[in-house]
Design a protein around this ligand. Structure first.
Ligand SMILES: Cc1cc2nc3c(=O)[nH]c(=O)nc-3n(C[C@H](O)[C@H](O)[C@H](O)COP(=O)(O)OP(=O)(O)OC[C@H]3O[C@@H](n4cnc5c(N)ncnc54)[C@H](O)[C@@H]3O)c2cc1C
Length: 401
């Protein structure tokens, strides 16, 4: 029996490794010169592979997240043990973000490729799958070099459109649609946001943890607490990236609100203001105990407050005004697009996929894994977790079929 894996990212590599436990002829086809090209760039080159806090609730989808049982069963403990059994040791930071101890995603890709070769899995590099046909229980795969290859089982693990400069491609989606699957729209997700910068003009370079909301028609539609970075063009960092896919639900009407005074620091700031309320301490200097100087200056400017005001000169309503001004609301002009995002939404709808085996309900012996499925995880290792474990599920489902 011949097994074909289209796409040699983390999902394809893990599908191939699992399938090879039961089948002799497994072939990975990828358009890149080496496997795991996007994986090699992940986590700023360190490879944020999974997260201590992974659970089914971590995930969403453009339509609906249907793979809770897979994530429940293949959790953090499962995946880190799986890596360990392969010879890859990981560690996690205080917030659960998990990396290989080499701190190198490229090293990990090289290691996995060697492992794959050792299992005698065939790798076809620098070739692009143009067409997929299915008849008489066989898949015929047409490559851009003119070759046509037959397979009995097929895994499609072609990823998404994020970072097209890494040879990402969604051209295969037309073929999947032709096979009878519904394709959901692709929008940039986990993307920095371009904003109007009317209130945050001076903040370029400021980085801090804050509460961030997306507001549409005066209502909060999504909210996070996380690290954000102000830039020349708008706002970057996990705190906004985790929200970027919400702006397509209400195009053109979205605002971003960032609360610097929030449930994580409210008590600290209230105590500080109380402790120094009778003193001649300058307010601006006092707030340096909590915030970067640029941020305090911008917020005082927004509140029309004198930068030299001392604590013992502050009237209660001025204090209230200042606390209300420790936030910024701006219009969202758009995401930074596929070039700068880390994920794309949509692709293969889950309604036509068996949620336990990842086999197509439309075409027998066709499987999917990774980002090509309608799954959205936040920043922090959740998307690679999905790619690895969905690869394991698709590959082992083939093994038992
Ligand atoms: C810059 C960046 C940093 C990221 N950092 C993190 C992180 O730290 N942690 C995290 O969890 N997630 C991260 N992500 C997301 C994560 O990398 C992806 O979710 C993950 O790589 C998806 O794995 P995959 O195997 O499904 O697809 P991919 O890794 O995209 O692999 C798919 C492969 O298929 C190939 N392919 C596509 N079409 C064809 C075709 N027709 N013929 C042949 N080959 C084809 C592609 O070229 C690619 O090599 C990051 C993404 C980016 C862009």
């Amino acid at each position: 029996m011949k097994i074909g894996i289209v796409g040699g990212g983390p999902a394809g590599m893990f599908s191939a490794l699992e399938a090879s436990k039961h089948h002799k002829y497994v072939t990975i086809i990828d358009r890149n010169p080496f496997l795991g090209r996007k994986l090699s760039a992940s986590g700023a080159g360190r490879g944020n592979l999974t997260n201590l806090h992974v659970s089914p609730q971590s995930y969403s989808a453009l339509e609906r997240f249907s793979y809770s049982e897979i994530v429940q069963k293949h959790d953090y403990a499962f995946l880190t043990r799986y890596f360990k059994d392969m010879g890859i040791t990981t560690y996690h930071t205080d917030d659960g973000w998990t990396y290989p101890i080499s701190n190198s995603a490229r090293n990990l890709s090289l290691f996995l490729e060697e492992l794959i070769q050792e299992k005698n899995i065939e790798i076809l590099r620098n070739v692009f799958v143009k067409e997929i046909n299915f008849s008489d229980d066989q898949f015929q795969i047409s490559l851009d070099n003119g070759q046509v290859m037959p397979f009995d089982r097929l895994v499609i693990s072609t990823g998404g459109q994020a970072h097209l400069q890494l040879n990402a491609s969604d051209e295969i989606l037309a073929q999947i649609e032709k096979l009878g699957h519904q394709i959901l729209p692709a929008y940039p997700a986990l993307s920095p946001l371009n904003t109007s910068k009317n209130q945050s003009k001076l903040l370029s370079g400021v980085r801090l943890d804050a509460e961030t909301r997306i507001i549409a028609n005066e209502k909060t539609v999504a909210r996070t607490f996380g690290n954000i970075i102000f830039t020349e063009w708008g706002i970057n960092g996990p705190g906004v990236m985790d929200l970027s896919h919400y702006i397509f639900k209400n195009p053109g009407q979205n605002k971003i609100k960032i609360n610097f005074y929030n449930e994580n620091n409210r008590q600290i700031i209230d105590e500080l203001l109380l402790k120094f309320q009778e003193s001649a301490f300058q307010l601006e200097t006092l707030l340096l105990a909590v915030f970067p100087k640029k941020l305090i200056q911008q917020c005082m400017l927004n509140a029309h407050m004198d930068s030299n005001v001392c604590m013992n000169q502050l009237r209660p309503e001025q204090t209230q005004n200042l606390l209300a001004s420790l936030s910024i609301e701006e219009s969202i002009l758009g995401t930074r697009g596929f070039e700068f995002c880390q994920l794309s939404t949509g692709a293969v709808a889950s309604s036509e996929i068996n949620p336990l085996t990842l086999e197509s309900k439309r075409v027998p012996n066709l499987y999917f894994a990774g980002e090509v499925l309608d799954v959205l995880g936040p920043c922090g290792g959740y998307n690679l977790h999905w790619a690895f474990v969905s690869g394991i599920v698709a590959g082992s489902s083939i093994g038992s079929s």
